[in-house]
Design a protein around this ligand. Sequence first.
Ligand code: ACO
Length: 406
Amino acid sequence: MGSENEVGIDVTALRKQSGAITYDPGYGNTGSCESAITFIDGEKGILRYRGYPIEELAERCHFTEVCYLLINGELPTQQQYDAFHNELTYHSLIHEDMKKFFEGYAITAHPMAILSSMVSALSSYYPHAESDEDVDLNVIRLLAKATTIAAFSYKKSIGQPFVYPANNLSYTENFIHMMFAVPSEPYEVPEVIADALNLVLVLHADHEQNCSTSTVRMVGSGGANLFASISAGISALWGPLHGGANQEVIEMLQRIRDDGGNYKKYVDLAKDRSSNFRLMGFGHRVYKNFDPRARLLKASADRVLDQLGVDDPLLDIAKNLEAVALEDEYFLERNLYPNVDFYSGILYRAMGIPTDMFTVMFALGRLPGWIAHWREIRDDPKGRIHRPRQIYTGPTERPYVPLAER
Ligand code: ACO
């Protein structure tokens, strides 16, 4: 029984006693671990990090405070926060040799490919992390350098010189500065964009078990180091049914626009089983009523678009799609509501973030959650390597036939 009265049936002795295993493709009914990090009640639309409601954190916290909370279990004191912030600032440069890596990537390289491989490569620069102090330092390095790597990957894709981190800026401001500033020209980070970025990062910071987080735990369970485990999580996030959906949302809206804006046709297509088409940004495995993050993001997207005076035809299509789907029997029956990726794509677009950086933004936000889960599994005294079973459906035993006789 969990602290929120969630009930789990312990089947650890099942195979020994009965010879059978549980079968649950997609793990919809399988609890893979105990975790004290994040609580979700999908029916009620509740999301809490370490007990704190997402609505309060989103309104009042800086992302780095949420990082500290998720990774260390408690909100920082002012002194702890200052020290944490200071360390993040002073570890934000990447080793100059690592800059050369960027020369090897194709100009068309997807920034998620760059991020996952560069994060994995960090373990070749900071390999020794056995003590808790070493791990703490690598956690700081990862959080601090990830934004620099992400911004450099964008600069590489547009052929601009890299902009180095500035120590007088906050974590979020620094990222925007590295993305949009040009060397030798003055640049001031717009407050509305820094605030919006802070919100999306806070809302993405953790989401208990899911494709990428469980990947991090899976890889970490074998004892793989922090950078290798998080790199695996970044790769898992990339898929269009997971974090890659935010890019897919905008591409879907563009496709609808280019096809004359007939959004109803696409709603019908999504309902047609033979079409394979889904409304990207709709549906969620856990939230069956509403996604609290989507609600907060929708409000922020409206505000940011308003303040920046953005008039985006894709937004009109998005609003129409949302309105139609929210009243359609097919979507209602299946509890398919807009999820976090539906509105985050629109918000990123308004902030001037290019479409193929959207999933990178998600990854930057999810870093503290992945790190917290990696640490939880590392420090778990009952921890075992993750090794699921399977139901084999292949051929039964048959003799080898030599090549010449086939
Ligand atoms: N458009 C149309 N129909 C859908 C959609 C959608 N976006 N999502 C689910 N359905 C339908 C399915 O066809 C299925 O219908 P059926 O019962 O008639 O067969 C039913 O709803 C249940 O769908 P599942 O795929 O079984 O739901 P599951 O929990 O496995 O998948 C998922 C959840 C992957 C999020 C799915 O809703 C989806 O593909 N959504 C679009 C991609 C997306 O937005 N992903 C981001 C998720 S949030 C995140 O990862 C951060």
